[in-house]
Ligand binder design. Structure first.
Ligand SMILES: [Zn+2]
Length: 353
């Protein structure tokens, strides 16, 4: 008899708390990474560079290679990856998104450990096994490896723009509709269902919804948001697919990225789409609505509405975004139902103009 076992990667360094950026050098030393390469998103070194170099200096950690990331095309990464000195022990990505996606993929190619230091948590990418990169000019999620380390300084997350926090909230709530789509796809014969991955994903979002505070800048709220997004990143690693974190609502957002005149942040689009898709799925609609109301997500998005025509077109075209991927939007009658809801729902009429 062959016993089926599965090996999954989890971060060896996992630190979330106030002032953690000052411990970076200490953690690198403890893990025996004396020589590193650092990748910053634009503007980040100006904000946190001083604390980082002080912490590295104290622990006698040397930066052998440094780069500020603006170009996340896969061609650029492949070209630059081999310029990194061979002696480097680990790659450190510090920033909102680009530096993390870049360094994560670079580390994957070079088979080196990657330490993820998000300065905002606008999506679950800081601890996922994927990198969002440009492939032949188009944004694509490319398989990479789960970070060796994740260090989140809650003080830094607190100082990030509200848009980043709301985007994180939108990306997190989307797991409710993504899980529904995954389960329904499984009933229709899709083979990749993973009970443990499903459970982790479900648990992280449910835990978060139980949290009563609605102050998005409160330390405890941010801690819970970070943990929930992190667990979701891991659920993708466990499932071996993006299914636990991405369903119909993500297809709408990906389509908006392609067709909208003014696309917005990933999690903001995903949050609006989750509200719609949970209605179509008849799946915890009231829970989603209440949570997005109480965190003032809707109020925030309303300040800069999405184009209604673009949104309707994205709903119509979303099912073409991924081949062989069943979601609620695969059903013809749901498109009609969605358009009717978009045109009549009071909340959506404020978010889409
Ligand atoms: Zn997402």
């Amino acid at each position: 008899m062959v016993v089926k076992t599965q090996q999954i990667s989890i971060p060896s360094i996992l630190k979330i708390g106030s002032g953690e950026i000052n411990n970076l050098g200490k953690y690198l030393k403890e893990n025996n990474f004396p020589e590193i390469a650092c990748f910053f998103s634009e503007g980040i070194e100006e904000l946190f560079g001083e604390e980082i170099s002080k912490s590295l200096k104290e622990a006698d950690i040397k930066i052998l290679h440094k780069n500020v990331i603006s170009d996340i095309s896969i061609e650029n990464i492949m070209h630059n990856a081999f310029e990194i000195p061979k002696k480097v022990d680990a790659l450190i990505g510090i920033g909102g998104g680009k530096a993390l996606d870049y360094a994560k993929y670079c580390a994957h190619v070079l088979k080196l450990p990657f330490i993820s230091i998000p300065t905002s948590t606008s999506n679950d990418g800081f601890c996922s096994p994927n990198s969002s990169l440009l492939v032949q000019g188009k944004r694509k999620s490319v398989h990479a490896s789960i970070p060796y380390g994740v260090i989140v300084d809650i003080d830094i997350i607190k100082s990030s723009p509200d848009s980043c926090i709301y985007s994180g909230i939108g990306d997190l709530i989307s797991k409710i509709t993504a899980e529904w789509d995954w389960q329904e796809a499984t009933k229709r014969g899709e083979q990749n269902f993973n009970d443990f991955g499903y459970l982790i994903s479900q648990n992280s979002v449910m835990d978060f919804l139980c949290y009563q505070s609605i102050q998005i800048k409160e330390e405890k709220f941010l801690y819970n948001l970070v943990v929930a997004l992190l667990m979701n990143g891991l659920s993708m690693e466990i499932a071996g697919s993006s299914r636990p974190a991405s369903g119909s609502e993500h297809l709408i957002s990906h389509t908006l990225d392609k067709i909208a005149k003014n696309p917005q942040m990933h999690g903001l689009q995903v949050g609006i789409a989750t509200y719609l898709c949970s209605y179509l799925q008849n799946n915890q609609f009231d829970v989603v609505k209440k949570f997005l109301c109480s965190t003032k997500f809707f109020d925030f998005v309303q300040q800069n509405p999405l184009d209604k025509e673009d949104f309707i077109n994205a709903v119509k075209q979303a099912r073409c975004a991924k081949e062989d991927f069943y979601t609620i939007l695969s059903e013809d009658k749901m498109i009609e139902k969605a358009i009717k809801f978009i045109n009549t729902d009071e909340i959506l009429n404020k978010l889409l103009k």
